[in-house]
Design a protein around this ligand. Structure first.
Ligand code: FES
Length: 148
């Protein structure tokens, strides 16, 4: 029999029959239907799968169910950063859009710890999120527009 795993996502408890070593990304997308979090590379290189674990940005493709037992997982569906999301729209950030959930999760995590990030802090926090459309200047402008 498959072991039972508990998962707390966006404030709701879920119980699933899954291997404890399953990546959280798989459980979110394929079992629970939280498809806002994207699969890009599956190897920790692109940031499309970025989620928050107890408020910190993590790679959903490299984080296992076992590692998040008893912790709070937040996905783009549960992200409450309204000002940031509005700035994304105002600055027309997305092009194809595929990487943008991950971009928003990283940006929101940065602004939670650093209300007024410098350019270097933005570059550092966002360096793990790749965008093939090259929306980086708009991402930066959107982040700066909500920093206090
Ligand atoms: Fe996880 Fe690319 S899918 S970093």
């Amino acid at each position: 029999t498959t072991p039972t795993q508990k998962l707390l996502v966006n404030g709701k408890d879920f119980t699933l029959d899954a291997d404890p070593n399953m990546p959280v990304l798989w459980a979110l997308r394929d079992i629970l239907g939280f498809t806002g979090t994207k699969f890009g590379c599956g190897a920790g290189l692109c940031g499309a799968c970025t989620i928050h674990v107890d408020g910190s940005p993590m790679r959903g493709c490299l984080t296992t169910l076992k590692q998040v037992q008893g912790k709070q997982v937040t996905t783009i569906e549960g992200l409450e950063a309204q000002k940031l999301k509005q700035a994304w729209l105002t600055h027309n950030v997305p092009q194809c859009g595929y990487c943008q959930a991950g971009q928003l999760m990283s940006a929101a995590a940065l602004l939670k710890t650093t209300a007024t990030p410098t350019d270097a802090q933005i570059d550092d926090a966002m360096s793990g999120n790749i965008c093939r459309c090259g929306t980086y200047p708009r991402i930066k402008a959107a982040i700066k527009s909500v920093s206090e």
